[in-house]
Design a protein around this ligand. Structure first.
Ligand SMILES: [Fe+2]
Ligand SMILES: [Fe+2]
Length: 138
C-alpha cells in the first residue's frame, strides 16, 4: 500500500495533488486485489482499466495547463506521459490474454509504483512550480 500523506510528494497545485490522491486510491485498490488468494481476475481487470482511464484524464489535465502557460519542457513531460500510457496499455493487453499474476504484480508493485513517485517528485513538481509562479492554473 502507498500512504498518500507520507509516501507521495505534494506539489504546488491543488488539482494535481487531487489527481495524485485519486491515483493512489486506485493503485491501493489494485495492490490489495493482487494480495488475494485466489485472485479475482475480473476485478483486477476492472481496477486496472480504471487506473488507465484515470491516468489518461489526469495526464491530459496537466498537459492542458502546460500548454496554457507555455511550459518550455512540455514535450519532455508529455513524452513521459505517453510512454507510461503505452506501457500500461501493453500490460493490460498482456494481462487480458494470459492472466499472468506474477507479471501484473511485478508491474504494479515495482515499475508503476517507482514511476509514480519519481514522476511526481521530478516533472510534476517542476511543472506545478512553474505554473504556480506564472499565476496558474488557468
Ligand atoms: Fe501527475
Ligand atoms: Fe505528469
Amino acid at each position: 500500500m502507498i500512504n498518500f500523506d507520507q509516501d507521495v510528494p505534494k506539489v504546488e497545485l491543488a488539482f494535481m495533488n487531487a489527481d495524485h490522491a485519486e491515483a493512489t486510491r486506485i493503485i491501493n485498490g489494485l495492490l490489495s486485489l493482487l494480495e488475494r488468494d485466489p485472485p479475482d481476475t475480473t476485478k483486477i481487470s476492472t481496477v486496472f482499466e480504471q487506473l488507465l482511464q484515470h491516468n489518461r484524464e489526469h495526464f491530459s489535465r496537466e498537459e492542458e495547463q502546460m500548454r496554457q502557460f507555455d511550459f518550455p519542457p512540455y514535450p519532455v513531460h508529455k513524452h513521459e506521459h505517453d510512454i507510461v500510457l503505452a506501457e500500461m496499455e501493453a500490460e493490460l493487453g498482456a494481462w487480458s490474454e494470459a492472466h499472468d499474476l506474477d507479471r501484473i504484480k511485478h508491474y504494479t508493485r515495482t515499475t508503476l509504483l517507482n514511476w509514480f513517485v519519481n514522476h511526481i517528485a521530478t516533472m510534476d513538481t517542476i511543472t506545478a512550480r512553474y505554473i504556480c509562479n506564472a499565476g496558474g492554473p488557468a
